[in-house]
Design a protein around this ligand. Structure first.
Ligand SMILES: *[C@@H]1O[C@H](CO)[C@@H](O)[C@H](O)[C@H]1NC(C)=O
Ligand SMILES: *[C@@H]1O[C@H](CO)[C@@H](O)[C@H](O)[C@H]1NC(C)=O
Ligand SMILES: *[C@@H]1O[C@H](CO)[C@@H](O)[C@H](O)[C@H]1NC(C)=O
Length: 514
């Protein structure tokens, strides 16, 4: 999972640089990736400037570098660590100089990467230098655009090149690119799995536009009139304004539900749904499941405690709906910075304790319902349950705002392989035993879907493959999943010691490369 943002000013002769705005946008999207960051801008005479590197946004750029990123349009990227993107592999945006000079940034994951790699190698004769899907997408696009063979590109050429991209590329992807001296383009996969939104800002010189993974970045930079890019839709923004086109027949619109559960910021509005409101609804529904599980009058819970930060919103609503006290029993250590994580459970445990500190007074002698957004490996959950017990809790119940995660994600969320998922081949009781809780309560899948869909009549289905194993793109075979698992365990072997940034979203090291 990654974050992407692009800005184009109406005034191409402006003395203002877009780099400071892109830098700010990346800071706001930092929760979507802490592994690497990059900005590419385009200035006078179509000259491109770039700066990218590994680390947090604040570490990658300094003042003089931002000043050197001149220009009136640009794009930017923050990368999440996924299997295969080792820290010395290249940060985005990527760039190809032919045709026209194209910079490109992408969020998501392709499911036919190998096929595309072979095509570029054997047929298109384009060199691909990294393992990143983004480089594949860029080269497929460049290959289609090259075929027009023109001295100057026009919008029609770009739209038809994008049709070619849609024909060839499968998976979940939200992309944005910049053609030197010409403008920006952006597109979203045919199922709209990964998010993409744009907005405008009126100035005395005309209209500035901005594209982003999440609306919060548009908000912060004063953009308004947000529009989500539709599934299979592409847009082009130049000095002459914005045009858009349906570049492939839209398939079923199934955005990734994990954005709402965990990934996106609560103050974002995604595909017309407030992430915050959807989390409140998840809490409301989860409370009903708690009552179903315990029986109407037998809910023996004294206090509801969230695992900070994501689950707070839902946990508060669980407490309100159950009419039970809500307490912040765990406090997050905010500024611990980078930690060396070594392989092996005991050290992983230690890392949870460094991030969370329990307040014994809130647990002592009580039956506690701990609420988290999801349970992935279960190692974090187990440690949290243990901390609650050591703090004197009598009974510890553990509730998850998401249903049991039983399948890997292939559309851009980095999740462990099936065998590492605690819910894999286990019943709820077995999961409770595994994490040391007295009971676990999982959100019902239908309830989760309705927690989001109730806010937008056009949203009926989502990508929920991690819960039910139904992969919407229809091309995921067991062989593919097995290859993915093998690849990950190979990568795991290669990465004995690693850094994990703990101070932004930190706690969810269950999703990070550990
Ligand atoms: C900014 O970073 C660059 C590259 O690391 C370095 O050469 C430069 O001296 C830094 N500038 C400042 C003002 O810190
Ligand atoms: C996407 O998945 C493939 C494995 O199928 C992996 O090689 C690649 O690095 C992943 N991530 C990105 C951002 O390309
Ligand atoms: C599921 O777990 C049972 C034991 O609980 C084990 O016998 C079985 O082999 C497991 N199945 C798979 C597919 O892992």
């Amino acid at each position: 999972m990654c974050g992407i943002a692009a800005v184009i000013l109406a005034d191409s002769l402006s003395s203002e640089c877009v780099s400071t705005e892109l830098y700010e946008a990346l800071g706001i999207l930092q929760h979507r990736g802490q592994d690497a960051a990059g900005i590419v801008t385009c200035g006078q005479k179509g000259r491109l400037y770039q700066c990218k590197g590994n680390g947090m946004v604040r570490d990658v750029f300094n003042k003089s570098q931002l000043e050197a990123l001149r220009g009136w349009m640009g794009l930017s990227h923050v990368r999440y660590p996924t299997a295969g993107t080792s820290s010395n592999s290249e940060a985005q945006p990527f760039f190809v100089n032919s045709p026209y000079g194209i910079a490109f940034a992408h969020n998501g994951n392709l499911t036919n990467a190998q096929e595309l790699h072979d095509f570029l190698d054997f047929e298109a004769h384009r060199h691909v230098n990294t393992d990143s899907d983004s480089e594949l997408l860029l080269n497929i696009f460049a290959n289609h655009l090259q075929k027009t063979g023109k001295f100057r590109v026009n919008e029609e050429d770009i739209f038809s090149a994008l049709q070619g991209v849609y024909n060839q590329c499968r998976g979940g992807y939200a992309c944005m690119g910049m053609i030197a001296g010409f403008g920006l383009f952006a597109f979203r996969d045919p199922n709209g799995i990964r998010p993409l939104i744009y907005g405008e800002r009126k100035t005395s010189k005309g209209t500035d536009y901005m594209l982003s993974s999440e609306s919060v970045a548009l908000d912060a930079l004063g953009f308004v009139n947000f529009v989500d890019v539709g599934p299979g839709e592409a847009i082009i923004i130049t000095k002459d304004g914005l045009s858009k086109r349906q570049c492939c027949k839209p398939k079923e619109f199934t955005p990734c539900i994990f954005e709402y559960v965990y990934f996106a910021r609560p103050d974002s509005v995604m595909d017309g749904v407030s992430v915050y409101r959807s989390r409140l609804a998840m809490g409301e529904a989860l409370a009903k499941t708690v009552i179903r599980k315990f029986g109407q009058n037998k809910v023996d819970i004294d206090v509801v405690v969230p695992v900070p930060d994501t689950s707070r919103t839902a946990a508060l609503q669980v407490a309100t709906a159950l009419n039970i006290v809500y307490r912040e029993g765990f406090i997050k250590n905010r500024y611990i910075g980078r930690t060396f994580i070594m392989p092996g459970q005991s050290l992983r445990k230690k890392s949870v304790r460094r991030k969370l500190n329990p307040m014994p007074m809130e647990f002592n002698g009580k039956n506690v319902l701990i609420v988290d957004d999801s349970i992935v490996r279960g190692t974090t959950s187990r440690e949290i349950v243990q901390m609650a017990r050591e703090s004197g809790a009598k009974k510890v119940y553990f509730a998850s705002c998401a249903p049991p995660i039983k399948y890997p994600n292939v559309y851009g969320i980095d999740m462990p392989t099936r065998h590492e998922l605690v819910a894999y081949n286990r019943t709820e009781n077995e999961i409770a035993v595994e994490i040391g809780a007295d009971e676990v309560i999982f959100q019902d899948l239908q309830d989760l879907v309705e927690s989001v869909s109730q806010f937008n009549v056009n949203l009926k289905n989502f990508d929920v493959s991690v819960f039910n194993g139904c992969y919407i793109t229809g091309d995921i075979t067991n062989a593919y999943l097995k290859a993915l698992a093998d690849f990950r365990s190979e990568v795991a072997k290669d990465n004995r010691i690693k850094f994990v940034d703990t101070d932004v979203i930190g706690l969810h090291n269950s999703f990070q490369k550990e």
